[in-house]
Design a protein around this ligand. Structure first.
Ligand code: ADP
Ligand code: SF4
Ligand code: MG
Length: 356
């Protein structure tokens, strides 16, 4: 079934509004998502928890950017902060520009038009996110009605199309069923259908394969691959296998900071930051060598490199000085030679004194 057949009543600003030659830049010269100097903190009885510290990140139109790292490094907080979905006590600083507009400072009424409409969310844990007292069709119809003023029959046709698009067999049967009647994999497909219901130009997916068995995980990866052909995606995952199969670029988080940004292929071939190297070495296919130690407390962060106590390459400078996220040499060379496109294409950034 063609999900695009019913015509939305509101014009959809789509990713195709962005120039094909340079997918990061729109016709107006604006990146799709541009996170600038993002800081998030929470007051705590023991001090201030700082899960995000000075994060700069860009998602280009039509690309899939993977946000990877250990559990507790701030990935979900970053994803939630984009749509201002953090708890009320969170203090958020910086800018999050979506098509040039700052999501953090715009009025809530404006943000509501973007949330779920131009930016779709696929949350982790579908069992908790789907409402047990509403049918699958009811929940998806609601998500569809909120964004498009279709009549009842058109909404149903659109929802059946969505279920078909996420490869749920027998959509008419599933339409009338409740979440508990669905398998884990099917629930996750319904969550994905909710995320894409409005044909957003950006999807934020947080651990979309967590808790799924290997076979179901493979199917969800293949579904996400299909969806990512039309939509930009910020994929939050601790699962490197998922990132490798889905992403165009990866950004590695460690203790609230980005420590490396690289093209996916070059990253998996040759990670540069020592933490990235440790992450890859902990994969079963690479010997399962766990990184010794634990990440620092987000209340009492060290003044030097945050990875210092766990790093096998640490030097004296790393203990006292905090490294910046800087382009690695080959990218800088490209820029110095006047080829700014080479600089952006290479776009490899590392926060480590080994490369500074
Ligand atoms: N509401 C909150 N108050 C205080 N700390 C929080 C809150 N929510 C999350 N954190 C802390 O922020 C850190 C990052 O969390 P999160 O983004 O969920 O990590 P992950 O990378 O696993 O997604 C964790 O250490 C977590 O304990
Ligand atoms: S800055 Fe130093 S301690 Fe930090 S990752 Fe690089 S080498 Fe290791
Ligand atoms: Mg998380």
């Amino acid at each position: 079934m063609n999900t695009k057949s019913p015509v939305p009543s509101v014009p959809v600003p789509s990713a195709s509004a962005f120039l094909p030659g340079d997918p990061s830049i729109s016709k107006e010269g604006i990146p799709l998502l541009d996170i600038k100097d993002l800081k998030v903190s929470f007051p705590d009885e023991n001090g201030t928890v700082k899960p995000i510290y000075r994060v700069d990140l860009t998602v280009k139109a039509n690309e899939t950017l993977g946000l990877i790292g250990e559990s507790g490094s701030g990935k979900s907080i970053l994803g939630l902060s984009i749509l201002r979905l953090l708890p009320g006590d969170a203090e958020v600083g910086g800018k999050i520009l979506f098509k040039g507009q700052d999501l953090l400072s715009m009025p809530s009424t404006e943000l509501r038009k973007i949330r779920g409409r131009e930016i779709g969310m696929v949350f982790q844990n579908p069992a908790a996110s789907l409402d047990p007292i509403f049918t699958v069709g009811g929940q998806l119809s609601e998500a569809t009605r909120v964004h498009f003023a279709f009549d009842k029959n058109a909404v149903k046709a659109r929802v059946l199309g969505l279920l078909d698009r996420v490869s749920i067999k027998d959509p008419a049967l599933r339409f009338g069923q409740y979440p508990h009647e669905l398998s884990g994999g099917m629930k996750q497909r319904v969550m994905i259908a909710t995320g894409i219901a409005s044909e957003p130009s950006l999807i934020i997916a947080d651990e979309p394969t967590r808790g799924l068995d290997v076979t179901v995980k493979r199917r969800i990866i293949s579904l996400m691959q299909k969806i990512s052909r039309d939509t930009a995606m910020l994929l939050v995952t601790h699962d490197l296998e998922v990132a490798e199969q889905l992403c165009d670029r990866v950004a590695v988080m460690y203790a609230g900071e980005i420590v490396e940004i690289a093209g996916c292929e070059e990253f998996f071939k040759a990670p540069l930051h020592p933490f990235s190297e440790g992450l890859l070495n902990s994969l079963p296919s690479r010997g399962m060598h766990a990184i010794p130690g634990t990440s620092p407390s987000l209340i009492d962060l060290p003044s030097g490199c945050r990875f210092y106590p766990r790093c096998r390459y640490s030097m004296d400078i790393c203990r006292t000085r905090h490294p910046e996220l800087v382009p690695v040499d080959n990218a800088v060379d490209g820029a110095v030679n006047g080829d700014m496109n080479a600089f952006f294409d290479a776009g490899r950034l590392v926060r480590c004194f080994l490369y500074a």
